[in-house]
Design a protein. Structure first.
Length: 218
């Protein structure tokens, strides 16, 4: 079984689009009919996120930690306990293409780090986009790590100690631990996700904070 982990804190504006995209990817013919279980970890949600999840064939785990690392880890543990051999991670403000899971598995690696595309730059000054694109390496062999686009075997994940309970950069810490243990990591531009450049981002110090830092002086 393939597991998809999606942490969410008050994501009613984005969650439906995210779930539609991952469920479509779960039905890709190249997966050969292998079961895919989607786990949404609702972290201290006070909006309609739960109601949105109930409209889709997904699993829900409710926690109150206000910590994306702990939320991802809880979802991953639940999926592994249910028999997941592969964990694919994305974010509630992101959408994945139809071949997202198939492209991850095609690398036959212990882990896959993909790239992200911003879906809408309108919340930011044009210079923010220019600075971002000047620094971003959208190519195979890149060095970017995104919790919105990460896949890993359950065996390698457990050996690396899983996601730490960090408010941000839990994805970076996991990948560094995978590297330290000698896991085979594919740094691929063929595995792509579209994500939000919103200014009301959830994780301080994460992708939204990085874009905010690029706006200084814009």
């Amino acid at each position: 079984m393939i597991g998809i982990v999606i942490p969410a804190h008050n994501e009613q504006a984005c969650l439906d689009r995210c779930l539609q995209s991952v469920l479509a990817a779960a039905a890709h013919p190249l997966l050969g009919g292998e079961p895919v279980q989607v786990m949404v970890v609702l972290d201290d949600c006070t909006d309609a996120s739960l109601a949105i999840c109930e409209q889709h064939p997904v699993q829900v785990l409710e926690v109150s930690v206000r910590n994306v690392g702990a939320a991802r880890a809880a979802g991953a543990r639940s999926l592994i306990d249910a028999g997941a051999r592969w964990l694919a991670c994305t974010d509630a403000d992101s959408t994945v293409p139809l071949d997202w899971l198939a492209a991850q598995l095609a690398h036959q690696a212990d882990a896959v780090c993909g790239v992200v595309e911003v879906d809408d730059w309108s919340p930011h000054h044009a210079q923010v986009r220019a600075r971002y694109e000047a620094a971003y390496r959208d190519l195979d062999g890149h060095s970017h790590i995104h919790g919105a686009n990460l896949g890993v075997t359950s065996v390698a994940y457990l050996q690396a100690g899983g996601f730490p309970a960090l408010a941000c950069h839990e994805d970076v810490h996991l990948v560094r631990a995978l590297e330290a243990q000698g896991s085979r990591i594919a740094w691929s531009r063929s595995v792509r996700v579209r994500t939000s450049a919103r200014v009301d981002f959830r994780a301080q110090g994460g992708f939204g904070s990085y874009l905010q830092s690029l706006s200084e002086g814009a």
